[in-house]
Design a protein around this ligand. Structure first.
Ligand SMILES: CC(C)(COP(=O)(O)OP(=O)(O)OC[C@H]1O[C@@H](n2cnc3c(N)ncnc32)[C@H](O)[C@@H]1OP(=O)(O)O)[C@@H](O)C(=O)NCCC(=O)NCCS
Length: 133
């Protein structure tokens, strides 16, 4: 397996409906819920890539570009963008989808670093494909 195939196989997508209990008083998605979903997708993506126990060590800049109305369909997508020695960087994007046309618009983006750890929470080396073809 090439590194690109390993990255592709780890890509994770979760589709959700935005309920009123996910919203802020303005009726749009509460940022804290978005961060929760992004961490969940990054965790799943990094787990699939490393096949190790992983923890979040960093959540970098998160941009909220478009408000997401209650009742919207959202898709949260995680993609590995960097492979380190014990860590992987996962870019997470949240798309809002028009239920009628299916058209998607990027609404939130962020970057998380996930570290592979052993049972004593010590970082461990990630096995990754070395071939790039
Ligand atoms: C994750 C943890 C075990 C890393 O320990 P550490 O002593 O920082 O380990 P290291 O210095 O060896 O760094 C391990 C990797 O994390 C990366 N890293 C550490 N801190 C980082 C940060 N703030 N931002 C980005 N990457 C970071 C290092 O660059 C290294 O990556 P590499 O091996 O790919 O080069 C430790 O910080 C920890 O336990 N954090 C709490 C995790 C947690 O509770 N998360 C929330 C629940 S999942």
């Amino acid at each position: 397996m090439t590194i690109q195939q390993q990255i592709q196989a780890a890509e994770t997508r979760i589709t959700k409906l935005v309920f009123p209990h996910d919203a802020n008083p303005l009726g749009t998605l509460y940022g804290g819920n978005a961060l929760h979903w992004m961490d969940e997708v990054a965790f799943l993506t990094a787990t699939r890539f490393t096949r190790r126990q992983v923890v979040t060590v960093s959540m970098d800049r998160v941009d909220f570009q478009v408000p997401i109305e209650t009742g919207s369909i959202v898709e949260i997508v995680g993609h590995v963008t960097r492979v380190g020695t014990t860590s992987v960087t996962v870019e997470v994007k949240i798309y809002v989808e028009d239920p009628r046309s299916g058209e998607q618009q990027q609404a939130i983006t962020g970057t998380l670093v996930m570290v592979a750890v052993d049972e004593t929470m010590r970082p461990v080396k990630i096995e990754s494909a070395t071939s790039t073809r």
